[in-house]
Design a protein around this ligand. Structure first.
Ligand SMILES: [Zn+2]
Ligand SMILES: [Zn+2]
Length: 303
């Protein structure tokens, strides 16, 4: 947990994790101890087709109930992995359901639905359009990175949907299986008054969370005298050692897409992006000196 400059409390967690209950390499007990030792406040065991419990470990880690459900084997017909988090009861998903019914059942059970790793699954925008009432999708999935799957980044999919007016919330997750580098790497910070299931789920539904591997950017939309959106300002704590701030939009050509540190020894602590009037959204990413990234939620800047 950390407290920001406005007194906001932010809790750190990973919402997609596999253990030896399915195809993960370590036991739930060892996994919980590992994440706790790395400063995590909450974690969800999301083993394939096996729902885990909500409980708190003796050393204070909050475990949110979870499971992962997969449908389809062929990219042309669609491969969909849906992760449930925080269900109050078993959603009763079956292999015949498909992703649409699966999301509905997770919602009926009071949980969050995550449309997992769309880039790795090679989901098209058309395949995803009927599923964007899932509470969030994964902008980055650690286990989909090198050395195995090598397509961890779903940010283009998120931006293509935003260009169609669908501002999907995004989370970075580990989806840890191997524990040889896919663990304790990509996570979310959730802003909430307390680290309880109800408070975390409510904050995630509102979009009060951001994704990171290290940096903690604060994104502010500044308005001009006419009240219209004029600028995006990004502040990053000096100790986060930011090297670059990137402004992704749907205005395809722009002379200024990023800010960079002037010299390698001086961290970037502020960046600004002046809106041209042609973009409908801005999505900020921050990259630190070690290549670790942070992803803010997409900001809508025009209707
Ligand atoms: Zn999956
Ligand atoms: Zn998974």
């Amino acid at each position: 947990m950390y407290i920001d400059t406005h007194g906001g409390r932010w809790f750190k967690g990973n919402l997609h994790t596999h253990t030896s209950r399915s195809d993960g390499r370590i036991s739930p007990e060892d996994c919980a101890a590992l994440y706790r030792s790395r400063g995590y406040d909450f974690l969800s065991f999301t083993d394939h087709w096996k729902l885990s419990d909500t409980r708190r470990t003796a050393d204070g880690l909050l475990l949110l109930s979870g499971a992962e459900y997969d449908f389809g084997r062929d990219v042309r017909e669609g491969i969909f992995h849906v992760v449930a988090v925080g269900c109050g009861s078993d959603p009763g998903v079956t292999r015949q359901d498909g992703p649409r019914t699966c999301i509905d059942k997770i919602h009926e059970a009071g949980g969050l639905a995550d449309l997992a790793h769309p880039a790795w699954s090679m989901n098209t925008v058309e395949q995803l359009l009927p599923l964007t009432d899932a509470d969030y999708t994964e902008i980055f999935n650690s286990t989909s990175d090198l050395p195995r799957n090598c397509r961890p980044d779903s940010s283009l999919t998120v931006d293509l949907l935003a260009a169609r007016g669908i501002f999907w919330k995004t989370a970075a997750v580990d989806d840890a299986h191997w524990y040889d580098g896919d663990e304790c790497r990509s996570y979310i910070w959730v802003r909430a008054d307390e680290c309880s299931p109800d408070a975390l789920l409510a904050a995630i539904r509102k979009g009060d969370f951001c994704s990171s591997q290290g940096p903690r950017p604060e994104v502010t939309l500044l308005r001009g005298d006419d009240g219209k959106p004029a600028k995006i300002r990004v502040d990053v704590p000096e100790e986060d050692r930011a090297a670059a701030i990137v402004y992704h939009t749907d205005a395809v050509w722009t002379g200024h897409r990023s800010d960079s540190a002037k010299d390698p020894g001086t961290p970037l602590t502020r960046g600004e992006f002046a809106l041209t009037g042609r973009e409908t959204f801005v999505r900020v990413e921050v990259i630190d000196r070690d290549g670790r990234r942070a992803w803010a939620q997409t900001t809508r800047v025009s209707s």
